[in-house]
Design a protein around this ligand. Sequence first.
Ligand code: GKR
Ligand code: MG
Length: 434
Amino acid sequence: MKITDMRVHSIAIADPPLRSSYGLHAPYALRTILEIESEDGIIGISETYGGEIPARTLEADRQKIIGQNPYRLTGLLSSMVEGEGSGIERSQTYLVPGENPLDQTTRTYAALEVACLDLIGKSVSQPVCDLIGGRVRDRVAFSAYPFFKHAGGGGEGDDLREDEYGEVMTPDTLVREVKQMIAKYGFSSIKFKGGVLEPDIEIEAIRLLYQELGAEIPLRIDPNSAWTVNTSVRVGKELAKELSCGGYLEDPTAGLENMAEVRKRLMAEDIKTPLATNVVVTSFADIPRALELDAVQVILCDHHYWGGMRQVRHLANLCKVFGIGLSMHSNSHLGVSLMAMAHVAAATPHLTYACDTHYPWQSEKDEVVAGGRVPIVAGCVMIPDKPGLGVELDYDQLAKGRERYRKCPYRKRDDEAQMRKHIDPSWERILPRW
Ligand code: GKR
Ligand code: MG
C-alpha cells in the first residue's frame, strides 16, 4: 500500500473563556486535522494542535510521506519520536502545551502515526486499539473537567456559541457547573482546574464538591504550577481527606525539585496523596530524575505530545514497572482526538485513572466528525465496532472550521495575551503566584 496524498486542514473551533494559571482561553481554539490517502482511496485521519507552526511542520514533511508505505512510515520517521531536550526547557511549565518548539517533531510524528494507524485499520477492517496491542476494555472512562470561567460560550461577533454553564467564578457556581456536567455526561470522577483564584477559595471549592458528591467521586486539583512549595504543602494538608479517595494533586508547583520537596513534606505528615504531572514529566528523558527524587507518583500521558499511541503504551509499561500511576492529559479538542485518546486508553492495561477531556467545552456546531459529537455516556466513550478510529470526517463541517480559521486573527495559543485583552491589561503570568 502506498500513500498518494496528504491534506492538512487548519481549523478554528469556538472555545469558552476558561481560566487557568496560563491565563484565559481565546474565543477560538486552533486544531489541525490531517488526512492521508492511499492509492486505493482509503483515508486515514488524525487531529493535533493547531495554528501556523503545526500545519507548516506537517507540510514540510510532505515529500517524506507521499509514496511511502503507511506500515513503514512511522518506522522511517522514528528519529522524530522523542523530540529534543528535557527538564524545564521541554516542560509545559512556562509554555502552554502545543507551543513548545522542543516537542514539535514529537507532535508531528504522533499526528502521522495516528493517521497511518487509522488508514491501516480501515484497510484491514480492524479498530486501531486492536492494532496497537489489543483492547483490554471497550469503554474508556473520562473525568469531568470543571474550570473557572467568565460568561460566554466561545466564538466571536455573529458566531457566538450558547453559554451552557454561565459565569463560574465562585466555589458555589463551580459545584453547579460540575453537577450540570455529571447530569449530562454521567462522569464519576472530577479534575478541577485551579491556579486561578486564591488557594483558600480553591480549597473551599474542593471541600464543597466533596461535601456535595461524597467520597465515591475521586477529586483532583490542578493549578498548573501556580503555588509555592509552602502553599502546595498547605493545600495538600488541608485537602488530605478530599484528595485521598482515588484523587491526586496535579502540578501544584513548578519543577521536579519543588514537587519532590512537596512530596517529602506531605509524606512526613503521613499524607499519601499522589502528586501527578503533565508539566514536569513530558518525555521519557524526564523519568529517571523524577523517579530518583520521588517527585511524581502519577504521570498524565498524552499521545499528541508523547510521540503517539505506541509511545504511550511504552510509557504505561514503564510506569507499571516503577509503581507509577498513569492518567491522561487533554487540551481543547474535537472528536477525532477524543477517539484516538479512547483507542490508546482501550489498549493500555496500566491506565489507573479516568482520562481528562476538554470535549464537553466544545460545541456540536464545530464538530468535524460525521454524524456529530462522539457520545460520552455514563462518563465513558465506547470503542465502536468499526475499523480504524471508528470515525470519518464531515467535509462540510471541516470546510466551516477552515473558514473560521481563515477569518479569525489567532495563529497560536496565547492565554496571557487574552487575559490582558479581556480581563486585566496589566496581567502577567507569575510563577509561583501564591
Ligand atoms: O486548557 O487551560 C487549559 C489547561 O490548563 C491545559 O492547557 C492544560 O494543558 O489541561 C491541561 C492540564 O492538565 O494541565
Ligand atoms: Mg495538568
